[in-house]
Structure formats: C-alpha cells, structure tokens
Design a protein around this ligand. Structure first.
Ligand code: G6P
Length: 614
C-alpha cells in the first residue's frame, strides 16, 4: 500500500526521504515521487518504471535543489488510475506551489472534482488524491494558511486518508493528517519527520508518535504541534520502539523472504518468551487490559482477519474450541461488518493482524466494540492502530517483516492464538493443569522442530524443480491441516503467480475433483492426526485420476510416502501444533517455484504488505 515519508530540518532531506522510501518498499508499490522545497518554489520528480521506481528516483534526483529545508516522498499502490508518472504522487495544485501526498481513498472524489472543475481548477491525473490537493487550494484562496486550508478541506472529505502537504510560501512547514490510514510523526535533533510506518524512520529518530484519527500535525524543524481538525490542541500517542535498524535489513540472505523464513524458530521462541510462569500460570502481555475475570466471563469468541492472518485465525478456532471449549467463529474482515454480526458483552472479538493497520480488520473491530464486545488484538506491531484501540493485546514478537508474503508473522500468529487458547482454558478450567503444562512444553519445543525443517530447504528445491512445468495446484488438508492447505495455496499464488486452490480434502468430491487430470499437482497435508486415514483416501482418489502427489508427512512415515510422488518431510509434533511445522515446506515450495519462474519473491506484483484501503 502507499508509503509516505516527510522530512524537515534534517542535514540531508533528500537522502533521508530516499532511504525512508526504500524502507517502505516492502509495503508494495508501483510508482514513486518526491517533492522538495527549493529557492524558487517546489521541485518534484516522479517515476513509474515498474518495481524499481525508488531506485529510479535516485537517478532523476540529480538536478534536485541543494540543501532543501523540507520534502515529502511517496510510494504509490494504484487504486484510482493506472501506475503512470502522471498519477504518481506528489500532486500539485493549479499553481504548482502546493503539493500533497496521500494514502487512502477519497470516496466522494467525483462529487468534489465536479465542483472544483466547475470552479475552474484543472486536474491532470486520474487519481482521487489530486482532488484533495485542489480542494486545499480552493480553501486557501481567501488567504488561509496551509493548516487552515487542509483542515477545511478534510472536513469535506469522506473516506480514508493519511496526507502530507507542503506549500512554497511556507517552506519551513509540512502539514499532515490522518483518518483510518496510519501516520506517525517523529522529532529528532533539529528535525521532524512523518511516515506511514515505523521502519521508514528507524534510522532517523526513535522519538515517535502515532497520530490519531482526525488529528493534524504541523511539522517544523525539531518541533511537531498536534491539534484536532477543529483546531483544538491535542496529543499524539507516544510509541514504544523495540525494533532496531539492523532488523529491517537483509543481513546476508538472498532476499528478505529467505531471511524471514529462517528467523521463524527465534520468532516463535520470542513470542512465547516469559509467558509461562514458574507456577504454571500463563500470562498475556503485561499491558493486556483483559484480566482473569474478563477471560472467565467470555462466552464465545469471534475472530476477524484477512489474508494469511485469516488462515492463522482458522487454526486458532480449532485450538480455542478444543482446549477452551468456547464456540468460536472466524470471519474474513472485509465481509464481517457488512453482515450485521450478532455480538454482545459475552463475546470476545479477536483481531489478528501482523500490521495492526489493515483497514477492514480495524473497522471490523470498531463494529464489534460498538456492539459491546471486548476486543483483543494479536499484532506484530507495538502500538499499531488496532493495538491502541484494543482492551488487550497479545503481541507476536517476530520483528519487522519486509517480504510482502507473510511468513514469520503468520507462524507466530498461530503460536500466539494457540497460546491464547491455553490461557482461556486455564481461566475456564476446561483443561487440567497437567495437560496445559504438557501442551505448553510441546509449544516450547517447536523452535527445535523448525530448525530441523529449515535445514531441508534444498530437498524442497529439488521437488520444486521436478514441478517447474506444472501450472495447476490443489492443496488439500483436513482439520488443522485445512488452514495449512489454504495458506500453502495462498503463498504459491502470491509469489509464483501459479493457479493454486486450497480445499478441505472432504470437499473434493463436491466439485473440485472434476478438475483433476494428469499434470495437476495435489499437495496434501498428511502429517499424522485423527483424520490421517481419511486424508489418505482423498489422496488415493486424486492419485487414481492421474494427479502428481506431493505430501507433507512425518519423518519415517513410509505408509504416507507410498502414496506420494514427492515427499516434504517434517518432524512429528502434537497434532494441534502441526500447522506451525507443516507451513515451512510449503513456504519453501512457493519460494523455489517463484524463483524458478524468475519472480521477485519480496515484492510480488499487485500486492501490498499493509492494506490500508477497503
Ligand atoms: C496483505 C499481506 C498479507 C497479509 C494480509 C493481512 O494482503 O500481503 O501478507 O496476510 O495483508 O494483513 P495483516 O497486517 O492484517 O495481517
């Protein structure tokens, strides 16, 4: 999704912006641009040369003004209008003296645009964002300041925005505001900063604050003043930063995805660290606002999430129902709030989101809160928008994830949700303390199993090589293997662009089996659990129709291997925890197939890391 960075008063404004944009590339983008304050007005350059636009900007910036006092940069993920240089941000007003960058969607842009065009404004792009620039211009026509113009304009806007603006007449000022789309501000030595995400500013300052909805910030060198859109003084929320710059660099690996896959044992261990006390009591984060009494009062659970987080949530459902004996529903967040959900004070609604910013999940949680539900968030980003609004937070401690396709955040979400299931079981007394201790031991043993699977990447590469002509993949699983299959198919789609569908194996006969023919690859999750025999029957059915069979199976399980053309071996674990281990060979399979097809695994086409628009 779009990335924004703004800098004022730094020694090298342009370099800080370009480095920040580089660190936002992981969000996914298709064009990029920068505007700087110069001696005779604003200077702008934009590039839309495929996936390397930020590097292209470095070349284009050769004629940039020397020592600009301020500047704003943007990476765009196209929503309205193609990814061309003309549609790239920053956008100018009619005079070229006012510039804005925007993330979000201005829902009433057509109506606003009609009004502005009728009043004589000339709009040159197909974007909704440019409309906002001209709207601010029109609100400044009576001599209003940039801040006042922005406040008045945003009062007329419907939709979501994180926006930053500069005006040639006020070169020592950058004005920014947000609604729904995230925006943070920071103060350093004589400089101030803004960005859509923490990694962009990690190298510049650690004094960071999150703007709340409908707050506006005036950034001057070394000072940030925050107010509401009505002009009343306000405070942004201070952020606790525990990531370092090194964690967001590639560190000797070929790409971020490989690095992040290999960080999974540590990420899982960190997520569980300190959460089981010596007396066997399980603890949520210290900052969790959900005490034992709140947990005991829970009557049912509703989980909302998108993408890989949704798949982790499906695993969580199995664990919460089995261990805590609480009815649990899982909803795709983009559908949840539009189906008039039935929730009440007895419902615990859990938002699962690595970024903590995905707009559908955030809005779903707001809907749940308005219906009286308590809110718990499982997030990887400390003080993210969701975390700030929740009653309780369970942080995954995976560190920054740069690869667009989730790997370590997904795995730690499963671990966090299974841990939460045990916390609920303990609070409700639905499992004995001996059983909880046994399961906790199994969880704490997961990193060792993960280390074992990680050593097998070359074995998976050989399987991928044997499949490099294949174009159609089905991923089948049962019970907790079903979400594993869904995630395996999603990973393959995301980075290799191959057709891949995930199904519960039992559904096969209700349609999908019609598509099985020689050449189709079926990847089955066949690690041992109660439904292993039924899973094997489904595999037999597709095998006898000519499919090539790849199976995830437990080390030494020859009965499973007999069914397979290719095996992806994993160590045997407690069946409920098997999704954590079984995910890894599927991550590798997607990775090696994407490589074989020559794709950029970190920045797959059309995808964004943080989806801040509906
Ligand atoms: C995007 C990302 C996925 C992620 C999904 C949900 O589609 O590419 O990797 O699973 O958003 O994001 P969230 O931050 O809410 O987990």
């Amino acid at each position: 999704m779009c990335g924004i960075i703004g800098v004022i008063g730094a020694d090298d404004v342009l370099l800080t912006i370009l480095e920040g944009l580089g660190r936002l590339e992981y969000r996914g983008y298709d064009s990029a641009g920068v505007v700087l304050s110069g001696h005779d007005g604003l200077w702008r350059c934009r590039a839309a040369e495929g996936t390397h636009s930020v590097s292209d900007l470095r070349g284009l910036a050769e004629d940039a003004p020397t020592r600009p006092g301020s500047g704003v940069g943007h990476t765009r993920w196209a929503t309205h209008g193609e990814p061309t240089a003309a549609n790239a941000h920053p956008h100018f007003d009619c005079t070229g003296r006012l510039a804005i960058v925007h993330n979000g969607i201005i829902e009433n842009h057509v109506e606003l645009s009609d009004r502005l065009v009728a009043a004589g404004h000339v709009l040159v792009s197909q974007t909704d964002s440019e409309v906002l620039c001209h709207l601010i211009e029109s609100e400044m026509a009576d001599g209003a300041s940039l801040s006042d113009g922005m406040r008045r304009a945003l009062g007329q806007v419907r939709g979501s925005f994180a926006v930053a603006a500069m005006h040639a007449d006020e070169p020592d000022l950058v004005v920014a505001s947000r609604r729904i789309s995230p925006l943070i501000v920071g103060v350093g030595d004589g400089a101030s900063f803004l960005a859509s995400d923490i990694p962009a500013l990690l190298g510049s300052t650690r004094e960071l604050f999150a703007l709340e909805d409908d707050q506006l910030a005036e950034l001057r060198p070394g000072a940030v003043q925050v107010m509401t859109l009505d002009g009343a003084p306000a405070r942004a929320t201070a952020l606790s930063i525990d990531w370092d710059v090194a964690a967001s660099r590639q560190g000797g690996f070929d790409d971020f995805m490989t690095k992040e896959i290999h960080e999974q044992p540590t990420a899982v261990a960190d997520t569980l660290l300190g959460r089981c006390r010596a007396d066997g009591a399980l603890v949520l984060d210290d900052a969790s606002g959900l005490g034992a009494a709140d947990l005991r009062a829970v009557e049912r659970v509703c989980i909302v999430a998108c993408g890989s987080s949704y798949h982790a949530a499906l695993v969580g459902k199995y664990a919460i129902e089995r261990w805590a004996r609480l009815p649990t529903q899982v909803d795709i967040a983009s559908e949840f709030r539009y189906r008039d959900p039935i929730l009440d004070e007895g419902t615990l609604t859990i938002g699962v989101s690595q970024s903590g910013e995905t707009v559908d999940t955030l809005q779903g949680l707001r809907e749940a809160r308005s219906l009286g539900s308590k809110i718990l968030v499982v997030s990887n980003v400390v003080d993210s928008s969701m975390a700030r609004e929740a009653d309780g937070v369970l942080y995954t401690r995976a560190g920054p994830e740069i690869g667009v396709a989730a790997t370590k955040t997904y795995l730690t979400q499963i671990v966090a949700l299974e841990f939460l299931a045990l916390v609920l079981a303990q609070a409700r007394g639905s499992l004995s303390s001996t059983e909880i201790a046994r399961l906790m031991d199994c969880m704490l043993g997961l990193p060792d199993h993960l280390d074992t699977v990680l050593e097998r990447t070359k074995d998976v590469a050989a399987v991928a090589q044997a499949l490099d002509e294949a174009r159609d993949f089905f991923f089948l699983g049962r019970h907790v293997g079903h979400p594993v299959a869904l995630e395996g198919a999603l990973k393959l789609k995301e980075i290799s662009y191959l057709r891949a569908e995930g199904y519960p194996a039992g559904e096969l006969k209700h349609g999908p089996i019609a598509l099985i023919e020689p050449g189709t690859v079926v990847v089955g999750i066949a690690s041992r659990n109660d439904l292993w025999e039924k899973m094997c029957s489904s595999i037999q059915e597709v095998k006898s129709r000519g499919a090539t069979i790849v199976l995830v199976g437990n080390d030494g399980d020859e009965q499973t291997a007999e069914l397979a053309d290719h095996m992806l071996w994993v160590p045997r674990t407690e069946p409920m925890l098997s999704p954590v281990v079984d995910a890894i060979p599927l991550q590798f399979l997607a990775y090696w197939l994407a490589k074989a097809h020559g794709h950029d695994v970190d920045r797959p086409r059309n995808l964004a890391k943080t989806v801040t628009v509906e």
